[in-house]
Structure formats: C-alpha cells, structure tokens
Design a protein around this ligand. Structure first.
Ligand SMILES: NC(=O)c1ccc[n+]([C@@H]2O[C@H](COP(=O)([O-])OP(=O)(O)OC[C@H]3O[C@@H](n4cnc5c(N)ncnc54)[C@H](OP(=O)(O)O)[C@@H]3O)[C@@H](O)[C@H]2O)c1
Length: 287
C-alpha cells in the first residue's frame, strides 16, 4: 500500500497534547491477551486500518510480537506511538533500567513513547523509587513520556511531593458502568490525561445494555461505537482490544459523528460503580 493510502486510513482527529508537550492519538489498540504470534499477525492489520497507538506490557508476554508487527507493517516507527509497562517484580532502581532495556530489545526499538508503572503495589512501596529512575531514563531519551496505571490520587500526590513530577497519563479501568468521575476531576486539575482500560467493559455486560442498543440503532452505529464515542466526547482516551479486523475497524470509526447531549446524559446514567475486574489498587498487586 502507498504511504498516502496508509495515512488516509488514520482518523482525522487532533491528538491529545500531554503536559510534557508530546502528542498521543485519541484512541489506541489494546493487546491483552494476545500472544506473540497473534500480536505479530494483528498489529500490521491494525496499523494499516489507521491505528497509530499500541498498548502492550511486559506482563502481556507479547512485546516481541508487537515489535515484529510494527516492523512488518512498513510504517515508520516515528509515526507509531508505543506504550509499555513496568511490572511489579521490577520496581526498584537498577531493576527499572534493566526492565526497560528488556522491553526495548523485545520491541526492537531504541525508545518507547510512553512508559507506565503497571500497578502501584503499595505494600511493596517502591513505586516512588521506580518513578525517579523513569525520570532519569526519560531524560536520557529512552522514553518520551512517563506515566502510571491504576494509581489513586494519594499515589499521584506522593509522586509529586517526593519527586516534583506528576505523570502525564494515568491508565485506569473505566467504562460507562464504572465512570471514575472523581478521579477524572482530579486528573483534569493536574493536567493528567485519563486513559481507559477495559473501555468496552470486558467482564461486564455493559455492551448488551438495552439503552446502548437503542442509541446505536437510532443512529446506525453499534453499541461498541456508542461507548467509544462516549469516551472520546468525555475527553477519555480508550484503548479497546480486538483480535478481529472488522471489529478493529469498527472501533476506530468513531470520529466523524457525534452523540447528542441527551444521549451523553443517558450513558452517564449507566454508572453503577461496579468495576468489572474487582481490582482495588490499594489491595490488588501484580508482580
Ligand atoms: N493497565 C492495566 O492494568 C490494564 C488492565 C487490563 C487491560 N489493559 C489494557 O487495556 C486494553 C483493553 O482492555 P480489555 O481488553 O480488558 O477490554 P475491552 O477492550 O473493554 O474489551 C475487549 C473485549 O471486547 C471485545 N470487543 C472488541 N471490540 C468489540 C466490538 N466492536 N463489539 C463487540 N465486542 C468487541 C473483544 O473481543 P475480540 O477480540 O474478539 O473482538 C474482547 O473480548 C487491554 O487489551 C490492555 O492493553 C490494561
């Protein structure tokens, strides 16, 4: 495919500008639970369909496949935004550098666009130390932007207090059933972009909710598109995962139409406060 055709597939949507000045697309592709082989086959398909943001992690065990897929796509590395994450077992100082070097090697690149602390793991109490090392690695050019995942305001404030630097992004569980309004307000006050994992509510039944089906039917869209458009209009950056190329394309086709204020209000009422994963960052630890 020609470069022009490839670029034509990218949605015409201005990126989010992070507090550090870097830019990130408004929607990305999640890759859990793809394995290396699946990621290697699917990442080019996603990139050819216009995705430019790919989300992976050491703990997904697919960085090698993601890196191979990026190369196989033929798209310039600089035009792709790659996110990976620091696992709990690598929190520390030297271990963070080693972990990132391993990720870079598997991804086949000399920098990542965004590096996140995957979970705060408060009982281990090494996320501040890890953050300090991430600041250094960013300053050395191995990472463009640094952020976190599954952090609560108390963890974010502690980073600011002890290092003078807040993350540019917090990636958290968020979908119409679990809207995280207070956390989003905190993020907005501190210029932190809210990125949503399980944006379609995997492990919930939200995609089957009749109100979403009604809205979808009335505008000739699908329930998944309605949910993703709700994220976009709420200034949330969703990273839906799909291993199906038709659903991948469907999930990216959310930029040249709008939900009405009424439809947005209806979706706001779907909040139940029930997380699909049941993971509380104060208690849940991932190594
Ligand atoms: N930071 C963290 O702690 C954390 C935790 C969990 C996930 N994540 C990241 O967030 C990404 C997304 O979250 P998630 O995978 O948990 O949930 P999700 O994106 O909300 O849902 C994925 C599920 O929805 C299905 N799906 C996708 N598009 C669809 C459509 N248009 N219609 C109907 N079903 C559709 C997928 O099946 P098909 O594949 O068959 O289409 C898959 O079963 C992950 O892949 C991962 O990158 C991060």
């Amino acid at each position: 495919m020609s470069d022009k055709k490839l670029e034509d597939a990218v949605p015409d949507a201005p990126p989010h500008v992070l507090r550090d000045g870097n830019k990130i697309p408004q929607l990305g592709l999640g890759t859990y639970p793809m394995d290396d082989a699946e990621a290697e086959a699917l990442i080019p398909e996603a990139l050819w369909r216009g995705y430019r943001l790919i989300d992976t992690a050491v703990n997904y065990g697919n960085e090698l496949g993601v890196g191979r897929g990026v190369k196989a796509s033929g798209i310039n590395r600089d035009d792709i935004f790659l996110t990976t994450k620091l696992p709990g077992r690598h929190h520390g100082t030297d271990s963070v550098r080693r972990s990132l070097e391993g990720s870079l090697e598997r991804l086949g690149t000399d920098y990542v666009d965004l590096y996140l602390i995957h979970w705060p793991n408060p009982s281990v109490d090494r996320y501040v130390e890890s953050w300090r090392t991430m600041i250094e690695l960013r300053d050395q050019g191995l990472i463009k932007s640094i952020g976190v995942s599954n952090f609560l305001p108390e963890h974010l404030l502690r980073l600011e207090k002890e290092t003078d630097e807040m993350p540019v992004i917090n990636q958290v569980e968020l979908n119409p059933q679990y809207q995280q309004e207070l956390l989003r307000e905190f993020h907005a006050e501190h210029k932190i972009v809210t990125e949503a994992w399980s944006p379609l509510g995997r492990k919930t039944d939200i995609l089957q909710h009749e109100w979403l089906s009604e809205i979808a039917r009335s505008i000739g869209r699908t329930p998944a598109q309605v949910i993703l458009r709700w994220h976009i209009q709420s200034n949330i950056l969703p990273i839906p995962k799909s291993s199906d190329v038709t659903r991948m394309a469907e999930n990216l086709d959310v930029f040249d139409w709008d939900l009405s204020d009424d439809q947005m209000r209806r979706i706001k009422m779907l909040h139940t406060g029930l997380s699909g994963s049941g993971f509380d960052p104060l208690e849940h630890e991932e190594m």
